[in-house]
Design a binder for this molecule. Sequence first.
Ligand code: CA
Ligand code: CA
Length: 904
Amino acid sequence: MHLRALSRPLRLPAAALVVGALVATTTAASADDPSAAQRLSVESVDGRVSATLNTGPDGTLDLTTSLDGRPVLQPVRLGIVTEAADLTTGLTFERSERRRIQSSYAPGGAEKGTVSSVMDELVAVYRKGTAGLTVAVRATPSGVAFRYTADLPGSSAVVAEATAFELLAGSTVWASPYERNYEGKPQRFGPTELGGNRLSMPALVSAPDGRWVQLTEAAVRAGGGPYPAVRLDAPRGKGQALRVALPGPDNAVFDESPASVRVPFDGSLTTPWRVIGMGSGLDALVESHLLTDLNAPPAPELTGSAANWIRPGVSLWPWWSNSMASGDDYLALHRQYVDAAERLGLPYVTADAGYSSWDQLEELADYAKARGVGIFAWMHRNEFRRADKTLFDQSEIDSAMKKLAERGVVGLKIDFFDSDRADIMRFYDRLSIGAGRAKLMLDFHGSTKPGGEQRTYPHVLTSEGVAGAEGYKNGNPASARDNVNLTLGRGLLGSADATPVALSLANPLTTQAHQLALSVAFTSALTTLADTPAAYETWPGVDVLRSLPTVWDQSLLVDAAPDSHAAFARRSGQDWYVGAITDGARQLPVPLDFLGSGTYTATVYRDGGANGQPLVERSAVTSADTLTLPLAEHGGAMVVLTPGHPAPTPKADRILEAESAAMGGSARVAPCASCSGGAKAGYVGYAGITFSDVEAEGAYTARIAYLSGEKRRLTVTVDGVASPPVTPAESGRGSGDPNGWNVPRTIDVPLHFAPGKHTIVLSGTDGNAPDLDRVELIRTYQAEDAANVLTGRATRAPCAAAGCSGEMVGQLGYGASVTFTGVTAMKAGATTVGIRYASAQVRSIVVRVNGGPERVVTFPRTASWDDWSLRTISVDLVEGLNSITLAAEASGWAPDIDAIDVAQ
Ligand SMILES: [Ca+2]
Ligand SMILES: [Ca+2]
């Protein structure tokens, strides 16, 4: 149900309203006796929360609220001021009605399942001359919400809102100083410290008796209004009051039209909901669904099977850890991330600023789509603005969204809203509608806070409005304490694109386990990971990143206190994830009474591993157990609880750690928190580092993980024979960036080994080499190998082009095939196989492993028959020898094949 303005005599629908598969019911309205209208009360269904509208002798209005019979705030001053009428005083009661609104609904965002909601509503209509003010108040077990509707003849404008939350004496507040992009850090304001501050919502209030209040707003950027998002101002010397303030001229950065706090309307205007969340503990605020309760249900085309294109998930994101490449470098870098997303089983890559054109985005989207990866494309909000700098209307937005969807991207990250003005709230609404029509998911950046709009627009997976990892790039990173307060503040409003798990840091303010825990402590239906694939792929926490849920069936608070620590337990299916973060060191008990019956395996990622990396521990637990997590200062822990026992962790087994090599010349081992093993070799000069007695035979790709804040050449020598030197791209965030020495990237170098044991040296070519983390040896099997079996018209042919080695196998048509007979697996199980191919047309290959079932894999087009690319698939191998057959379909053609890479 979405309540419209109640400017006319009330006609409230009484019948059940079917919304998709979910049902909302509204009881018949009943009217109050006007003679008893100085005090109108409404109570929540469980009787714990009540709210009373009081009319003062001078026609002022206030709202008293209570939890369990005791107030959590002083009376809330009500009213709004319009140009035509001051609706804060001189109001006379006209009529009221009340009803119960019950619904079961899908909450959207990072929450799945069904929420049951019961809200008891009181609607009171007041008059002042020809003007009307309607106040709707809802009491729910999670707190109280209210909103205004102003009715005036003709056109007018709201110029101020009188709403003021007066706190109980002795209350403490946590809130961020107001910033248009909501990237402030929450601060603590003691009882005498509030005056003179301008704060962002939400404000978290600790009442002197230990109960908790959350002050925020709901249904701001979806429907209604248009009305601005608001902040809370604490007047000087007025005790502890937080007054709702409309955004001022400093918010007029967007469409560059004249700045004003005016909120114009014609006839009738309904504000967003003002929300007073309440709880005897912080857990009640964590478990509340009050914000989504107050939003409208989605349109039918955004529900059920019609909405199966809305797919929450994890995204890899090059922007944070790389200097943004442009042109071909941009494409090459993003292709690497797509390949890594495919290897890690992650659904998305976020392509941030730096692409040269929408054509390039389309090329990337094509490349990604063929690998089962979706692209979120960054867009400046000005893409949706006319040449005269006014905002697109709905049809212009619909048209732009359609064109973007045709480029093959799955979603947009729209940036730089930087305004809370009413027209911008309506702009968010239009963008959400347009994206829904084009089947594009959204991520709002530089944005206002959410207020439960995820229910109306489930395809808006996340929004920023939070001090995330980008603070490390702009020199203002969030501390451990900031993160604690953010997860208990902004985090409770819904999906927050905080871009967690930042590892490649010269001066981290938190531990790596803390960074990992942020991926659970914050929720985000699109979870964008900050760091590089090279940092993650051999990191002790990689397994949890591979399978990280981004939507949750249930969320509980384990324990928390602002400024100190916060621990959340979230359920996905039968699995539970605990994310705990802390400022000071502590032993945190986690009673596991939320678990189901039977034994679970607890995998704990905690502080205390070598070189700052997380320590991983496994144990069998039941719901009767309590885990005690040792959290370091600025630390944290993640616990994954799965029924039964997990399979052993698959691991690439041919990894040569640089820190285990013999150090030559000036080379020496250095700690590196985002490197495998937590260490690297630095100061690698001409003498290099040497790996001895490496058993290998045949062709390999050496995937070398390196770190380098500047361009340096590297030579790889096998048994005294040097390969051509390579020049890896700089790692880090710009040329000469000192952080480049903490950001691992990889480069592939082909190597060939005769039978036996070998000596491999990595050294500087003409000075020092990059710092070296590791070498992963990936076995390469050439298609043209004499041991392979070719059938039909398949033919070996030379391939001189770059990216192809030796010969290739072509003419794969009409069932012709090449069978790689000697593929050796060190262990059984799912294995990543890369197929090096060229195909100027989109073609398919029929893949068969060990004579088993056929699987048809489509290969994207390459630029020409001399342009070679890699397509990665996962196949099940047996331990020892395997055969892999790549065949053309019976009546079609397959790409030319150079070789396959087997990553074990
Ligand atoms: Ca290493
Ligand atoms: Ca070849």
